[in-house]
Design a protein around this ligand. Structure first.
Ligand code: COA
Length: 184
């Protein structure tokens, strides 16, 4: 990893900023605001309680970001934190990145996540760090499946009962998109 990857400009309103101490307060507030809703889609929100705990999670993600094993960005729209877009993990040898995301419930339906995802993919493909981009989402998560399809991912299969959520094991769709860097 040569160039810094702390900022990805998406357009004149949206930017992705690598997770940093200065975002902890707003990120924690946004999780608490959306906790009940997010719990329908993700397992971890139920475990978020104190801001101190959010700070510790942010700090471990900062380390992983710097080392290239994961990448966590907050999504800012007109300088307001509205969501998160990440590589939950990166396999450096395979140049494969597993993507995760969520938005403030009030900011859905505007294309914010899709625009962010396109810029994120272009950025890491251009650097040559990642060429296989993967989204794994519950088969029943309609909005997330639509994100994958809207952004050029191909459904590669269904992983049976691969995701534990709210007391049950759910089928998970796996989507892939291959992007090779432009030849120099
Ligand atoms: C998954 C999630 C991020 C999708 O959010 P989203 O706003 O639907 O995603 P997009 O940015 O792709 O926006 C697409 C929507 O905006 C609309 N839109 C408006 N302007 C748009 C534009 N300029 N470009 C693209 N879409 C636009 C689209 O029509 C679409 O709405 P529709 O699905 O009702 O047709 C959100 O539902 C979420 O946070 N869910 C909970 C967490 C979660 O499930 N995470 C994924 C776990 S695998």
């Amino acid at each position: 990893m040569t160039l810094t990857d702390s900022l990805i400009v998406v357009d004149e309103h949206i930017e992705l900023q690598a997770i940093d101490e200065r975002f902890v307060h707003d990120l924690h507030q946004l999780i608490i605001k959306n906790k009940e809703w997010l719990q329908h889609f993700l397992d971890w929100p139920q475990y978020v309680t104190s801001v101190e705990q959010s700070r510790q999670t942010a700090q471990s993600n900062m380390l992983l970001h710097q080392r290239g094993y994961a990448k966590m960005f907050v999504i800012l729209k007109d300088n307001v934190l509205v969501g998160v877009l990440s590589f939950n993990s990166i396999e450096p040898t395979n140049k494969t990145g597993y993507i995760g995301y969520w938005l403030d419930q009030d900011c859905q339906g505007q294309g914010i996540l899709s625009a962010s995802l396109q810029a994120f993919i272009a950025f890491y493909a251009q650097r040559g760090d990642v060429r296989r981009f993967v989204i794994k989402c519950r088969a029943a998560n309609i909005a997330s499946n639509r994100v994958a399809l809207r952004n050029g991912f191909i459904l590669e299969g269904c992983l049976r009962q691969a995701e534990f959520l709210n007391g049950e094991y759910h089928d998970q769709n796996i989507y892939g998109r291959i992007v090779t860097p432009p030849s120099k």
